[in-house]
Design a protein around this ligand. Structure first.
Ligand code: F6P
Length: 320
């Protein structure tokens, strides 16, 4: 291959720039021209692209978001959109494509692969719900953002004997809420994967209040309900005054952690190497600390990555 392209798609996350840098530099090191497609799949349809040089990716490693920008593109769900995207790629002389994104983006990647353009996917989503990888890009940075926010909320909560209900992202997956509960020492996580009993939670929070604890933190994954609704239901039953914080997109930004920078470097390099070696139609992933490849078809037809049941158990166990 003489020319490959890369794009970031779907929800952005920290570590995408580190991955782009690795793709561009590993490509250039292998004497391959790398084209950066702007605004995800939308840029494939609208032919928004530029040739990357080593300078295009200097000073981006430490920045959150994606300098190529991202988009959620409805046209890519249509046969005509897919055809146009593939024709445009061929028109640009692109012989292989690397897609950095979440489950929807990997589905789009597989569809392009089926049009005859070799594709490698790189899993990137703070939700950590992509199967066949222990960690997706951006998860570690998002967790650090949540934990740092909860640490600060504890300061103010304990100054006023308050309980905070904190909403994290996670459309269908409670990974962020549960791991942040363990890492921040919060009392409860409410997640879509497990039923929860508000009466039991209220009883336990009331006990903590009677014992003289100065604060309580409950993390709610957005897929399990609205923090405000939970707070409204518990506020007169727990002793503590109640406040709500919705962390929202704050979780997705900021300088990537070392973990995400390293993961981006490893994923990006492995994606280029495998694309050039003809080992495509696959997603790179992290499995037991090793970079492994899984058929894209298998990734997109598998269920979302389930949460390890040990994690909610551990969160409960440590919140006595
Ligand atoms: O898929 C990742 C995610 O961060 C979800 O947790 C969240 O629901 C969604 O993206 C929000 O994305 P946006 O507002 O950018 O469409």
């Amino acid at each position: 291959m003489k020319r490959i392209a890369v794009l970031t798609s779907g929800g952005d996350c920290s570590g995408m720039n580190a991955t782009l840098r690795a793709v561009v530099r590993a490509g250039i090191a292998s004497q391959v021209e790398v084209i950066g497609i702007q605004k995800g799949f939308q840029g494939l349809i609208d032919r928004l692209y530029e040739t990357m040089t080593t300078r295009s990716v200097s000073n981006v490693l430490q920045r959150g978001g994606t300098f190529l920008q991202s988009a959620r593109c409805a046209e890519m769900h249509t046969a005509a959109g897919l055809r146009l995207a593939s024709e445009n790629l061929k028109g640009m002389g692109v012989e292989g494509l690397i897609i950095i994104g979440g489950d929807g983006s990997l589905k789009g990647g597989y569809a392009i692969h089926q049009q005859g353009i070799p594709v490698i996917g790189i899993p990137a989503s703070i939700d950590n719900d992509i199967p066949f990888t222990d960690m997706s890009l951006g998860v570690d940075t998002a967790l650090n953002n949540i934990v740092s926010a909860v640490d600060k909320l504890k300061d103010t909560a304990s100054s006023h004997d308050r309980a905070f209900v904190v909403e994290t992202m996670g459309r269908g997956c409670g990974y962020l809420a549960v791991v942040a509960t363990i890492a921040s020492g919060a009392e409860y996580s409410i997640i879509p994967e497990e039923p929860f009993d508000l009466d039991h939670i209220c009883e336990d929070l009331r006990r903590r209040y009677r014992e003289g604890r100065s604060n309580s933190i409950i993390l709610v994954a957005e897929g399990a309900g609205k923090a405000q609704d939970i707070a409204d239901q518990i506020k007169d039953r727990i002793g503590f005054e109640t406040r709500v914080t919705v962390l929202g997109h704050y979780q997705r930004g900021g300088a990537p952690t070392v973990f995400d920078r390293l993961l981006g470097a490893r994923f990006g390099q492995a994606a280029v190497e495998n694309l050039l070696n003809g080992n495509h139609g696959k997603m790179v992933g992290l499995q037991a600390a090793e970079i492994m490849l899984t058929e894209l078809e298998k990734v997109i037809s598998a269920k979302s990555r389930p949460i390890d049941p040990m994690l909610p158990w551990l969160a409960n166990q440590l919140s006595v």
